[in-house]
Design a protein. Structure first.
Lengths: 302, 299
């Protein structure tokens, strides 16, 4: 049966159905995200270990972590070093590849496929593969170095080269960022380039005065995503290095995971998690705060 | 007779400009090809190693062509631990999670994009916020929660959240919902209004107007979710400890511990795990690019 409806009837219906259809997600947000956040904070104030009684210790965990946990300091250092190394390198490589792909090259879709392919390889399989590539005796990378007449490396098995090796492995998987950059580049209005051409400007001027400014929102997006991602590195340490050699790849989340699930120190690990949360929030805030200075939105800001 | 220099000059300039353009073009192609070779080399190495026997794999300097092709690496690696079982487990989780994500992300995104209700913005931005939340904060309490409920070492922690907007892992579902909402917003609202005036309910609008217009976006959500489940590692490591319940990714990691130095086996098993994803990629390539672009630009 069909009824003609009034506007207020439609509004009432939208309200009822809107709430109803969003209900499962709202329950999920409470049960699997907001609830756990609150619980995590509560745990972080206790000395709870699985299988034993827990008591309230206030901010003791945080105090211990910040003042006398040298493993925490090491893992924070390792993660920061990795992030500072990896983000600029991957960002630059992804941007460069996208720039080249944007030169109206023939076979664009083939190249795009090739550069994207590594990113869909399951991370467990790719870490396994790279473990083999890094093999100092029979691996591909030392074969390449030898072919080029360069000295061989011990890659992830040496304290000094472990993090750079993992960065190298990361550059293999920049395909996602390439696609996002490429989409951004293709959206740069052609008339802007034509304007520079009319003024007699060359390729370099087009790049600095048109491409880079109009791409800043995309660079910004990728920068934020990459930074957050690098601070959560885990699989590389879990599968390849177990944090070694000599804790040189002891990523923060791996340390946290070990504390929580191998040593079952739930309270202490929760405090570690909150510190990571605060660090990521501060970093994101910092990037957002500086973004006003260098990110240009068309039409002067959103 | 015109002065020869004025005739030749512009022509020569044009030629030299064209020549330098062609040179840049050539340089770009060279770089792209070099980059492609670097990207493909690890995958070739993977396949090459998966087909070598142990005598040849440990030869220095390493060789590229397997002699002989050791096809038996595959059946031997895949039966040395119960990969068949792991595959069935993964397939079961895939079905449960895909069903949950497709249903919940569609109805939630529809509610966010097309229906007006009080508190909608608050809920939407809360959901967006959870995408930025490091999973480190939630994994410990979630582990405790599932432990208290007595469902550790079952598929419950890996599948039930998907039916409440949680996706393949916490944060993944929010991403899919966001993606669909962006897509739904681009469909003209007049379509709904006309249907409502005709007596339709939101459910019928969703089913008869929105879903048929959103098939590409739904495919994007489906493909990404499939891959996220297939690749997920952290949650299975946490929640499953009985081998009978292992997923492929967890099985592969355990396999590595058992056959530490048998690279032929390890690479064969890895290839077997990658192959279905690569196949899916080639079938649905267009949707991959669309999906990333959709989230990247509007994100």
């Amino acid at each position: 049966m069909r009824v003609k409806r009034t506007t207020s009837g439609v509004l009432r219906m939208e309200r009822t159905w809107g709430l109803l259809l969003a209900l499962p997600t709202m329950i999920g947000l409470l049960a699997f995200t907001i609830g756990p956040i609150v619980a995590s904070f509560a745990f972080s104030m206790t000395d709870w270990r699985i299988g034993s009684e827990s008591s309230f210790v206030g901010l003791d965990n945080y105090r211990t972590i910040v003042t006398s946990d040298s493993t925490f300091a090491k893992s924070l250092y390792v993660t920061t070093y990795y992030s500072l190394f990896s983000v600029p390198v991957c960002l630059a490589i992804a941007f460069l590849i996208a720039l080249m792909l944007n030169q109206r090259v023939r076979g664009l879709s083939v190249f795009r496929t090739i550069f994207y392919l590594p990113t869909i390889v399951p991370s467990i399989a790719s870490t396994m593969l790279w473990l083999w590539l890094f093999n100092p005796d029979f691996g591909l990378l030392n074969l390449l170095l030898e072919t080029l007449g360069l000295p061989e490396s011990k890659w992830i098995y040496d304290e000094a080269t472990a993090i750079p090796s993992i960065v190298l492995m990361g550059t293999w998987g920049v395909g996602n960022y390439v696609i996002i950059f490429l989409a951004g580049l293709q959206a740069v209005p052609a008339h802007l380039y034509e304007a520079v051409e009319v003024d007699g400007g060359g390729a370099l001027r087009k790049f600095w005065h048109i491409t880079v400014p109009t791409m800043t929102p995309t660079i910004f997006f990728n920068l934020v995503m990459m930074t957050i991602g690098t601070f959560q590195a885990f699989n590389q340490a879990y599968i390849m290095t177990q944090g070694g050699p000599n804790n040189s790849t002891l990523f923060y989340v791996y340390y946290l995971f070990r504390t929580a699930f191998s040593e079952t120190k739930i309270g202490y690990a929760s405090a570690l998690a909150w510190i990571l949360f605060l660090i990521i929030m501060c970093l994101t805030f910092l990037i957002f705060a500086t973004s006003k200075k260098w990110v240009h939105y068309e039409g002067g800001g959103r | 007779m015109p002065n020869p220099s004025t005739v030749v000059r512009p022509g020569m300039r044009r030629i030299s400009v064209r020549a330098s353009l062609r040179l840049t073009r050539l340089l770009i192609y060279l770089l792209l090809v070099a980059g492609s070779v670097l990207m493909l080399m690890p995958l070739l190495w993977l396949v090459r190693s998966s087909l070598m026997d142990n005598a040849q794999i440990f030869v220095f300097p390493p060789e590229w062509i397997p002699r002989p092709f050791q096809w038996s690496n595959y059946p031997e690696a895949l039966t040395s631990v119960p990969f068949g079982r792991y595959f069935l487990n993964t397939a079961f989780i895939e079905v449960c999670v895909l069903g949950g994500v497709l249903l919940i992300s569609v109805i939630t995104a529809f509610s966010f994009a097309r229906l007006r209700w009080p508190g909608r913005q608050v809920v939407f931005f809360t959901m967006l916020g959870t995408m930025m939340l490091p999973s480190a904060v939630t994994i410990i309490p979630l582990f405790v929660l599932w432990r208290e409920l007595g469902v550790l070492n079952t598929f419950v922690p890996l599948t039930v959240p998907a039916w409440f907007g949680g996706g393949a892992y916490i944060g993944q579902g929010a991403f899919q919902t966001f993606l669909l909402r962006q897509f739904f917003l681009s469909i003209p609202k007049e379509l709904d209004e006309a249907a409502y005036m005709d007596g339709a309910t939101p459910l019928s609008v969703l089913w008869k107007v929105i879903v048929p217009l959103s098939v590409p976006a739904l495919l994007v959500v489906g493909i990404f979710t499939f891959i996220d489940v297939w690749n997920n590692f952290l949650e299975p490591v946490l929640y499953l400890n009985d081998e009978a319940h292992f997923t492929l990714s967890l099985g592969l990691a355990t396999f590595k511990g058992l056959y530490n130095a048998n690279w032929g086996y390890l690479m064969a098993a890895s290839t077997a795990m990658i192959a279905p994803i690569i196949l899916l990629f080639f079938v649905g390539q267009r949707y991959f690019i669309e999906g990333i672009t959709l989230t990247g630009i509007k994100g």
